[in-house]
Design a binder for this molecule. Structure first.
Ligand SMILES: Nc1nc2c(ncn2[C@@H]2O[C@H](COP(=O)(O)OP(=O)(O)OP(=O)(O)O)[C@@H](O)[C@H]2O)c(=O)[nH]1
Ligand SMILES: [Mg+2]
Length: 307
């Protein structure tokens, strides 16, 4: 590119990795900033398993437009299973590819998670912003106290912003701040698109979200979903999907007596899919058992988790 051409680019664009411990509020934040329910959210930790791009167009206070490509990631955690290793690899890849990182910590957290993140990310030296989430959980005085604690690391972060999705606080400030650190660049994606994920990925996540919502104990963690087929038309999508579990007993627990369990999972998933697509959804849902899938490389690949 010639120097004079570079000067003519009046837009910014870049990748922003959103990282933090499981349940910090990463996926909720991204659904909130994009204004659409795209990423799955759960009260239970370790909901997100794979990176997801969520794209937000933002005009800063000087009228300059940025295309912010947020990358939702699984929570930072340590576990031995191959699936969990894949999840951590996803975090590291997102950090490695990012122009900027947003580190999320619930405001009630101690600084140990942040210190872990600093160790993980310092080698590459990518700039980061700290976002203190769920500030609606605490009083004003506690917010100031927490901001004080983070001052110890003020030379490490570019900004620290308290945030609450519930109280709708912090969005504009976050997007303005992110825009400052993005490179001058033409837009990297069509300005109309909100995610690079396809409909298959999103339907899969909505079914997983319903499993997280409706089932307890180990089932959410030991199950996954494959979308076998989608027959699309203008007003109706017919979706054929299988829930895969590790054990025969888990299959029984999902199906439930007279099939009430799987009906409940299917109902919530279908409602969410209808909201997302604006179409009627026919959902054909089955359960199958695949012992040890979360520890097996080939099975993980079938679910789209390439380790
Ligand atoms: N009160 C309150 N709750 C929030 C806020 N943001 C997120 N939550 C809740 O926190 C829980 C976890 O949210 P997620 O968005 O799934 O968290 P995550 O960081 O994506 O979690 P993983 O995908 O497991 O890493 C959900 O029950 C959200 O409703 C907030 O600002 N205030
Ligand atoms: Mg998540």
């Amino acid at each position: 590119m010639f120097e004079h051409e570079k000067d003519e680019i009046d837009t910014k664009a870049g990748f922003v990795a959103v990282v933090g411990r499981p349940n910090a509020g990463k996926s909720t934040l991204l659904n909130h900033v994009v204004g659409e329910k795209l990423a799955m959210v759960s009260k239970k930790a370790q909901a997100t398993r794979k990176r997801m791009n969520i794209i937000v167009m933002h005009e800063d206070m000087y009228g300059k437009e940025s295309q912010i490509i947020f990358v939702d990631t699984p929570g930072i955690h340590e576990k031995e299973k191959l699936l969990n290793k894949f999840m951590m690899d996803e975090v590291l890849k997102a950090i490695g590819d990012a122009d900027l990182i947003v580190f999320l910590a619930p405001i009630t957290d101690k600084l140990t998670e942040y210190e872990k993140f600093l160790k993980m990310s310092e080698r590459k030296g990518t700039k980061h912003i700290v976002l203190l989430t769920k500030m609606d959980h605490v009083k004003q005085g506690d917010i100031l106290k927490k901001l004080g604690e983070y001052q110890k690391y003020q030379d490490k972060f570019e900004a620290i912003i308290p945030f609450s999705v519930n109280k709708k606080i912090g969005k504009r400030q976050l997007l303005d701040e992110i825009s400052k650190y993005l490179p001058q660049s033409p837009f990297l994606f069509d300005t109309e698109i909100l995610t690079t994920d396809n409909i298959r990925d999103i339907y899969k996540e909505l079914i997983r979200e319903s499993i997280f919502e409706n089932l307890s104990d180990e089932i959410p963690y030991e199950s996954d979903v494959t979308i076998e087929k989608i027959d699309e038309s203008d007003t109706l999508d017919k979706v054929y999907a299988t829930i895969v579990v590790e054990k025969e007993t888990q299959k029984g627990m999902i199906v439930g007596q007279k099939g009430v369990g799987i009906k409940r999972v299917g109902k919530l998933a279908r409602e969410q899919m209808e909201i997302f697509s604006g179409k009627k959804i026919f959902l054909d849902l089955h359960v199958s058992v695949k012992k040890g899938w979360s520890k097996n490389r080939d099975s993980l690949e079938e679910f789209g988790y390439i380790v």
